[in-house]
Design a protein around this ligand. Sequence first.
Ligand code: MN
Length: 237
Amino acid sequence: MASLKDCIAELVVANHVLANEDVLDGFGHISMRAPDDPSTYLLSRARAPELVEEADIVRFTLDSDPLEADKRSYYSERVIHGEIYKARPDVMAVCHHHAPAVMPFCIANVPLRPVTHLGATIGATVPVWDSQDEFGDTNLLVAKPEEGASLARALGENFVVLMRRHGATVAGRSVREAVFRCVYLANNARTQLAAAQLGQYETLTPGEVAMSGEFNLRPYAVDRAWERWAMRAVRRG
Ligand code: MN
C-alpha cells in the first residue's frame, strides 16, 4: 500500500489533471478513500481544483464530517462522496463534476451510451438520477445525506451516474481509474454528440463494452494516460 503522503500527493495531481482536461472548473471535486482507514475519505477543503495543494486535503468520516473541524469551509456536496463510500466498499475514489461535454446528456432525453472502445470504461449502463423524483424542487445541490444516499442508490453497481440538470458522478477502484473514466466519459459524450449530428450512429455491443472496458483499465493503459495528463497539467501550471 502506498503511504498516506503519496496518496495525498496523487489526489492533488488528480485535481490538477481533471481541471486541465476540462472535467472540473471552479466547481466539482475528487476524493479518495483513505488508505490507512477505509471508514474515512480524503477531499480538499472548498477550493477550485486547479489550486488545490496538499495542505488543503481534509479527512472526513463517511458521514462527511471533518475528523478535525477547523475554520475552513468544505464542499457542500461532499455527502456524494461519503454516501457512495458507504454503499460501495469496492469504490476507492469518487469525482463529482459538471463537465461541459457531458451536460447535454443531463438535459436531453437521449441516453449516454458507450460508443468507442475507450468510452467502454463508463460501463454498459449509465443510470440517470433526478432529484425531482424523491425531493421535488431543490437548489439542485446534493448537500443532504439523504440526497447523497439516493444518488448512491441510483449509481447501484455502475461506475457513472448522470444527474439531471446538474452533472455527473464517477467512481473508480483507484484515483487513476476514476480520473481515466472521467476523461473518457467526456470524450465518449463528445463523440456520441458529434456522431448524432451526422445521423444514425452505432454503440458498442454489451460484449464489446465488457471486454474493452476491462482491457483499457489495466494499469498499462491507465498509467500511460495518467503520466501524460500529469505532465500536461504541470506544463500548463
Ligand atoms: Mn454539483
